[in-house]
Design a protein around this ligand. Structure first.
Ligand code: CP
Length: 358
């Protein structure tokens, strides 16, 4: 039974330390009910999800297995509520629902929703909860998924919410697929420990970097190098978090010095949709923060290149055919680990294990 947030007003709840908030978001077995923050995922849960993902992938290879997976959540319905553009997150969650047999509905264009007529977000989300059993939401506004989770947790239909990207702040399920991709990439090189991860690009406004930097804290001796033009360098809160946890990290604008140290390079695009003034990003020299043939030559042979995508010109297409380029696999991994997350949210983990063992 989910610990309800009864009696706590939004302001009181919001002011709680994150660790305490998280106790309201988890199920008794340590699985998220609402998935809102990367910080909800500790090593045990990440390991469980990676195992579940591997099993789902293996099961899906046969017709019988596909039918088994489709039977798991045929009695539940999912709502995809994306008020901000998305290709990968939307389609991978949609595919995940289809794999689990969950019928789904969607609102992507607010002009087709009664929000256009002035309905509040709270009333919209409560409306969705009347028809659906899960809401997967992407929003421009930081903290909105959390606020809606609070609204639903205090309603008579406390259904789960999965944060599919909120403002510049969090993209927890992207971090899950990034971790899963790193785990698979390092299977033959000692696993995700004693590694150096180089982040490059717009590290200030990229929510995927923030969430992944957090999740990496679960793995031993991971050094993080942040490569960005000074105005787009990673935020003070992430730096503070790394300092408090005694994590080795470095800020630099010398990409070519960082690449030879990398076990993984995590490229990101310039997030100019967040510009406060028109053309702000275009005035920053980002020409040294791209990955092409010269950077491939500097990259160690066992290292991998990730990108949450979409990309613009920060990774040259010449890189796509290099065996170290993982971003297309990374994208597909998103579908599988999101399937595992939904299955775990609805407590299907043991059924999957039992089918896999047999
Ligand atoms: N990585 C990611 O969130 O991609 P989309 O914006 O296409 O969903």
């Amino acid at each position: 039974m989910l610990k309800r947030i009864c009696g706590l007003g939004w302001e009181v709840y919001q002011a709680l330390p994150l660790d305490e908030k998280i106790t309201y978001l988890m199920q008794p077995d340590g699985t998220p009910f609402h998935t809102l923050f990367a910080q909800q995922f500790g090593l045990d849960l990440l390991t469980r999800l990676a195992t579940l993902t591997n099993e789902i992938r293996a099961i899906s290879k046969s017709k019988n297995g596909t039918e088994f997976l489709r039977s798991l959540l045929a009695h539940k319905r999912a709502m995809l509520y994306f008020s901000q553009p998305s290709s990968r997150t939307f389609l991978s969650f949609l595919s995940a629902c289809q794999i689990l047999g969950m019928p789904s509905g969607e609102v992507r264009d607010m002009a087709t929703s009664s929000e256009f007529k002035g309905e509040s977000r709270e009333d919209s989300v409560r409306t969705f909860s009347s028809y659906f059993d899960l809401i997967i939401m992407r929003t421009q506004e930081k903290g909105l998924a959390e606020q809606m989770a609070w609204v639903l947790s205090n309603s008579d239909r406390p259904i789960p919410i999965i944060n599919a990207g909120s403002g510049q702040d969090q993209h927890p399920t992207q971090a899950l697929l990034d971790i899963y991709t790193l785990l698979r990439s390092f299977e033959r090189t000692g696993g995700l420990r004693d590694k150096t991860i180089v982040f490059c690009g717009d590290l200030l406004r990229g929510r995927t970097v923030r969430s992944l930097s957090n999740l990496l804290l679960n793995y031993p001796n991971i050094r993080q190098i942040f490569v960005a033009p000074q105005p787009l360098q990673v935020g003070a809160d992430i730096q503070m978090m790394l300092k408090e946890r005694n994590i080795q990290f470095e800020l630099t604008d010398h990409f070519h010095r960082a690449i030879p140290q990398a076990d993984a390079v995590y490229m990101t695009r310039i997030q100019d949709e967040w510009d406060a003034t028109k053309g702000e990003s275009a005035r920053i020299d980002t020409s040294r923060f791209t990955f092409g043939a010269d950077e491939l030559a500097l990259l160690p042979k066992d290292a991998v290149i990730l990108h949450p995508l979409p990309r613009r010109d920060e990774i040259d297409t010449v890189v796509d055919s290099d065996p170290r380029a993982m971003y297309w696999r990374q994208m597909r991994n998103g579908m599988w680990i999101r399937t595992a997350l939904i299955a775990a949210t609805f407590r299907c983990e043991h059924q999957v294990h039992a089918y896999y063992r047999n």
